[in-house]
Ligand binder design. Structure first.
Ligand code: ASP
Length: 461
């Protein structure tokens, strides 16, 4: 019984709850040295420390209160929450497209299991239908949980497994693929899949959510509907990311897998296309193209799966004062490739030159990208750029740093020949390098235009 009342709490934290007679699922007012808090006491995950009590605040956010700061606690009510999603059989509707949903984890897949701290992948079709019944009007759904991890734990092995799984689904004749994924590294995976799954005949849509489905402002349901629509009915057969466009829930945006980046830690409209415009706007019944040319859906199955990755590649984000030992340690650890993220047009300081020369002699493949994200690496403008090119660093146009990192790992998984590596790095697979960036694309064309207009109206009043 005690287990039920104090779910997961042990040791010191349990003693504190008992002392003040506060139960798990109790509404509590807690006085701490850091201020007063009010919320619901959540069960503690088995593998979490026993130094904290976790409260769900009215805002939906969870806070961990260190027990050493607690001065007093009072239970003011009790309400046991049920986070279970009722399972309903997903209907099979003749005529609707067949979409495969791969689950990898992240917030989109989550209701938290407060006992284990694990994210419960709400990914059986029945669970999803229970949570978002509208999905059944969009497609016939098949689901498969490939991983159940937060996206910081995605990496080369997972990219390879996903690419192979996608290849098999395409072979089986699916109409579209959706991949549920944590948002933090969604853009790394989108880049990896763009390189590993080439010439797909159907849409491959990565989707996440910034707020879990147990929160009222969750974006999970809409993002799922938009991505399923794009995958099942859309004509864009590319690897894309589908997330909120504006901060309102008016529409989603489809971003190219090589030109997208998470740009805000908490906004639902966190994904922005960089160096280009988003591909299209999407609602649950319509896709409005922004790009004129794109890869169209096809009936064949001529996809190329290239599941390669050499993980001895590093990304070095330059900062003023960086010392050469950073580069030396990569050389000494046997790294084969380095993607620099330089300042301005692509610069690092001259103290690094000897280490860069050493790397060059060792045959390490070195590429330059930009911290500014928008714009092009230009290494002919200043001496620094010329000095670096003379030491073997190759500019990558307007390729995003994370994309260049993923691409170098993928290329070095296939060849070590410097000329071939360079050729592959600088030959775009799907717009990771473009000739031109849209005029003022970083200010407008990002799906927030109505909001910009609203803002201007307010300022002008
Ligand atoms: N940390 C989570 C992840 O990337 C956040 C999310 O899913 O949005 O897996």
């Amino acid at each position: 019984m005690e287990n039920d009342i104090f779910q997961g709490y042990k040791g010191k934290a349990l003693a504190v709850l008992k002392k003040y007679n506060v139960r798990v699922w109790g509404q509590a007012e807690i006085e701490t040295t850091r201020g007063d808090f009010k919320g619901t006491v959540l069960p503690r995950a088995e593998h979490q420390d026993q130094e904290h009590i976790v409260l769900k605040l009215a805002t939906g956010y969870n806070v961990g209160l260190s027990i050493s700061t607690i001065k007093n606690m009072k239970e003011t009510g009790y309400h046991k929450a049920h986070y279970g999603i009722p399972e309903k059989e997903f209907p099979n509707t003749p005529g609707l497209p067949k979409v495969k949903l791969f689950g990898t984890g992240g917030t989109i897949a989550s209701r938290l299991d407060y006992r284990t701290g694990a994210v419960i992948p709400a990914f059986s079709p029945g669970e999803l239908y229970g949570a978002v019944p509208e999905l059944a009007e969009i497609c016939n759904l098949e689901t498969e949980k490939v991983f159940a991890v937060f996206s910081e734990n995605m990496g080369p092995d997972q990219y390879i497994a996903l690419a192979k799984a996608i290849g098999k689904e395409i072979e089986k004749g699916v109409d579209g693929i959706v991949i549920g994924h944590g948002t933090d590294t969604l853009h790394h995976t989108a880049a990896a899949l763009t390189f590993m799954v080439q010439n797909p005949p159907v849409p491959i849509v990565l989707v996440g959510s910034q707020r879990s489905s147990d929160r009222p402002s969750s974006d999970a349901a809409l993002n799922l509907m938009h991505s399923m629509f794009a995958a099942g009915h859309g004509d864009i057969a590319e690897v894309m990311v589908c997330m909120f466009g504006p901060t309102s829930d008016d529409y989603g945006l489809l971003h190219k897998g090589t030109r997208v980046r998470k740009m805000h830690s908490s906004y639902r409209s966190t994904f922005r296309t960089i160096g280009h415009t988003p591909l299209a706007m999407v609602t649950r019944e319509k896709i409005t193209m922004i790009h004129k040319s794109y890869h169209h859906r096809r009936k064949d199955k001529d996809v190329k799966i290239l599941p390669y990755f050499n993980d001895k590649v590093a990304m070095v984000y330059y900062y003023p004062g960086m010392k050469p030992d950073v580069i030396d340690s990569l050389i000494d650890s046997g790294y084969k490739g380095i993607v620099f993220v330089g300042t301005g047009l692509g610069h690092v300081n001259r103290h690094l030159y000897p280490a860069i020369e050493r790397a060059q002699k060792k045959g390490i493949h070195m590429y330059m990208t930009l911290q500014t994200l928008w714009g092009y690496v230009h290494m002919f403008v200043y001496d620094t750029g010329r000095d670096m090119m003379a030491r073997g660093i190759i500019p990558t146009g307007n390729m995003l740093p994370e994309v260049a990192y993923i691409k170098l790992g993928w290329v070095l998984g296939q060849t070590d020949d410097p000329e071939e590596v360079k050729r592959m790095m600088l030959t775009p697979v799907n717009d990771e390098i473009t000739d031109r960036e849209p005029y003022n694309g970083y200010l407008v064309y990002q799906g927030g235009v109505p909001e910009v207009e609203e803002f201007i109206k307010k300022v002008e009043k």
